[in-house]
Every structure is written in C-alpha cells, then in structure tokens.
Design a protein around this ligand. Sequence first.
Ligand SMILES: Nc1nc2c(ncn2[C@@H]2O[C@H](COP(=O)(O)OP(=O)(O)OP(=O)(O)O)[C@@H](O)[C@H]2O)c(=O)[nH]1
Ligand SMILES: [Mg+2]
Length: 313
Amino acid sequence: MELVGRALAGDRRALGQVLRRVEDRTPEGRAVLRALYPQTGQAHVVGITGAPGSGKSTLVNALALGLRRRGKRVAIVPVDPSSPLSGGAVLGDRIRMQDLSGDPGVFIKSMAAREALGGLAETTGDVITVLDAVGHDVILVETVGVGQAEVDIVREAHTTIVVLVPGLGDDIQAMKAGLLEIADIFVVNKADREGADSVARQLSAMLSLGAPIDRPPPIVRTVATTGEGVDQLLDEVEAHFAYLAASSQLHRLNRRKAERRVLELVRAGLLSRISRALGGSGEFEALVDQVADRKLDPYSAADRLITELLPSR
Ligand SMILES: Nc1nc2c(ncn2[C@@H]2O[C@H](COP(=O)(O)OP(=O)(O)OP(=O)(O)O)[C@@H](O)[C@H]2O)c(=O)[nH]1
Ligand SMILES: [Mg+2]
C-alpha cells in the first residue's frame, strides 16, 4: 500500500490519512493494521489522566519537549470521551501545543471530527498501533477523568500517570473510585499553588493504607507551565518502563493486551455475523418477543442463536 509506505517513510500527511482510514474502520484501514502489526511493540505508551483542567495538556506538552531533548520521537494522542465532536478544549490544546509544531520529531494526532465507529478504547488502540509501527519511541495519550471509557483507554498504556492538583479534595475521593489502582506514577501538578504538599501527604498516606504492592507509585510535583519537575517525571517514566521490562511484567502486560484485542475482535465478528445471518428474517425479534413474554429464557435464546450459527463441536 503506497500510502503506508509513505507514512513509514515519515510523510506526516500520509500518516494522517492512514490514521483516518483506521479510525473509520474501512477495509483498507483494517488491511493497514494487519500489515503494520508485526512492526509494533517498540513504543512506550504513556497514559496521562486526571480531572478536567488539572493541566494534563500542558504537562503533555512539557513532557514532549523534554523527550525531544532526550532524542525521542514522540506522538501525542488527545482522547476526549465526553466530546467526540472535538470541542473547545481541544482547540486550546492545539494553541498550547504550538511550540511543538514544526518539529518533525513530534506528531500530534488530531481528534476525529466525529464519533468513532468502534468503541473509543478500541479505536485508540488501533491509532496507537499505527503510531508505534511508524517509529515513535513514546506515545503520550491524554484522557480526561475517571469513567470506564478512560480506564479502558488507560489499559492500552504501559505507564499511567494520574495528575492531581492542590485544593481539590474531591480528587482524593475520586481516587478511591478507581484511579488509585491504575496509577503507576502520581503527579501533583500546579505545585506553584498552595496545598501541593498537603495533596502529596494525603496521597502517600492513602497509598500506605492499601495492600503492599511491588512498586509503590512515586509522587512527583510539577509546574507544567514552567517545566519544573518535568525532567524528574521523565526519569520516573523511564524508570517505570525499565522496571516493567526487567520484571517480566512488560511481557505479561503485552500478553493481556493481545488477549483482550483478540477477544474483542471475536466478539465483534460474531455479533456482526449473527446479525448478518439473521438479517430481515425476523427470527431475532421473535426470540426477543418470547423472552419478553417469559415463554423463553434469555440463556436458551442466546444458545439457540449461537448453535444455529456455529457448527457444534
Ligand atoms: N498555576 C499553574 N497553572 C497551570 C499549571 N499547569 C497548567 N496550568 C493551567 O491550567 C489550565 C488548564 O491546563 P490544561 O493543560 O488545559 O489542563 P487539562 O487537564 O488538559 O484540561 P482538560 O483537557 O480540559 O481536562 C491552563 O490555564 C494552564 O495554563 C501549573 O503547573 N501551574
Ligand atoms: Mg487537555
């Protein structure tokens, strides 16, 4: 595929076009993913998550600059589950990321202008596959908040950074709801503001209450707007990746991701086969009616559909 060849050779426009096909889930996009997959597995995928306005984009910008100084090729993927129709926040991100534009070593993936066809996590995974294959050393994925969609996206990352800020007691509450478990590194951003120490203290108190873990997440204070603490954060990011690689966790993580990927595709493939096979026959609707009328239970209904479609072993 000529387009893929150009993208691999570093043509950014071609890369943008490849990504669009992948996001649109066209047959061509699928062929691209098939062709590129063997060349993936090189990039370090870093997820950055946290409350709205905590400074994630500013931090991503600063991290990218720091990574460039370390000679890395960087890709940035902003994901916004709440607004598939890229809103004002993304525009703001673009403006802030201007100091990166023009640097051929940084690729900023623009948001899809409309709702992704597949699940957001799957689409993000496919985008990461492409960015990895074309040779980015580090892929920074920014996502807002603490919902399931974000957690799913974060599961694509090797290293997850959770960003907190001073003066938001809610943050610590939100952590209980799930962010605590997914953080490999905590950042207390806006450390130029009062209360950074107190957030860091609360955090380490909470961490010490939990079950002992292999590698307690470090807490790094940053001022993303000036770049303060960003070098230390990059050291921690690199140390985490080195830890994963040395402890065979990287292998386990990759295997889990591969398993999830295959299962997702099997599930989606089976569903579309079933709906194609039943298309227009009214059989599915009839079964649903029976289940609703309590004439059939849902387990038997599902079994019937499956055995009709798959030869039994
Ligand atoms: N004082 C201070 N302000 C900061 C710092 N980091 C970011 N900001 C400011 O905080 C505001 C929000 O920053 P963003 O980087 O857009 O935050 P975000 O988390 O990406 O926001 P969303 O993507 O909308 O969730 C901006 O006005 C930044 O300039 C910091 O370390 N100190
Ligand atoms: Mg942002």
